[in-house]
Design a protein around this ligand. Structure first.
Ligand SMILES: [Zn+2]
Length: 271
């Protein structure tokens, strides 16, 4: 892998959280909003899992990124304000966690959600992650036009890279993969078709640390995509904390919010 990092950095690691809450179920089917149980399961994210995760991040003195749909900010405003208060980054993640079939619709959702973030949280999002990482052909251009600093949507590389946009500027991409997504390993529902066995944390920890060691050697980046209602259970927060402690022992790892990793990578890539 080509060396991309400046300042002696060996690799980048971002623990990012998609706080989908109830909207996770809307993107599967809108009928789910009539299910008291599914809505309750979604609300576990901001109400129970999030405080546990924020305390763990504080213990580790680690800043992170939370991609949050606008609807979740409106419904769980205090929980989202707490994220900002603890010094974490807030990123864009749709309004209702919806797929946009048309670029005009996508543009409206960005404008609407950015206004919610500004009005309720006082923040301007730097990062864009589409719900389900589902993009239109014109989305990258749209991300740049709407003033985002980076995109975290693609699965085509193991390190940050730059999209060249129409105005001749460069937009960093922070890629990830389903392998680093907690839902791939832990998501379970009694609804068809996604009934899967739940993986033990020991196996997932082993897979993720093995990936980290390889990415560290190659000089890439590792972006974890975590959903508080899934990874915020007691055993899984413990697993995340052990992984963070392991990574901290390696010299030269830039671990922090996604925007910091993108800024450093851009610096190295443009040199
Ligand atoms: Zn999501």
């Amino acid at each position: 892998m080509k060396k991309i990092w400046p300042d002696g950095i060996k690799c980048g690691v971002a623990f990012t959280f998609d706080l989908d809450a109830e909207t996770f179920w809307f993107s599967r089917t809108m009928d789910s909003k009539h299910s008291v149980n599914l809505m309750a399961e979604g609300s576990y994210g901001p109400n129970v899992a999030l405080p546990r995760i924020l305390d763990m991040l504080d213990r580790q003195d680690l800043k992170s990124t939370f991609f949050i749909p606008g609807w979740v900010i409106e419904r769980h405003t205090e929980a989202c304000r707490e994220i900002v208060k603890r010094g974490h980054e807030i990123g864009y993640h749709g309004y209702l966690h919806e797929k946009s079939y048309f670029i005009e619709q996508e543009n409206e959702l960005i404008i609407k959600s950015k206004k919610i973030m500004k009005d309720l949280l006082g923040v301007e999002p730097k990062g864009h992650r589409a719900p389900e990482a589902d993009l239109n052909k014109e989305t990258i251009e749209l991300i740049a036009k709407n003033g985002f600093e980076y995109s975290s949507n693609m699965m085509d590389r193991d390190c940050p890279y730059l999209h060249k946009t129409g105005d001749g500027e460069y937009l960093p991409e922070l890629p990830f993969n389903w392998l680093y997504d907690d839902s791939s390993h832990f998501f379970f529902t009694v609804q068809e078709p996604s009934r899967r066995p739940i993986m033990p944390t020991s196996i997932v920890k082993e897979i993720w640390l093995e990936e980290f060691e390889g990415i560290y050697e190659e000089g890439g980046s590792l972006t974890f995509v975590l959903h508080p209602w899934i990874c915020g259970r007691v055993s899984r927060v413990k697993m995340l904390e052990e992984i963070i402690e392991h990574i901290k022992k390696k010299p030269g790892v830039l671990m922090g919010p996604a925007y910091e990793i993108c800024r450093k990578a851009k610096e190295g890539l443009i040199k």
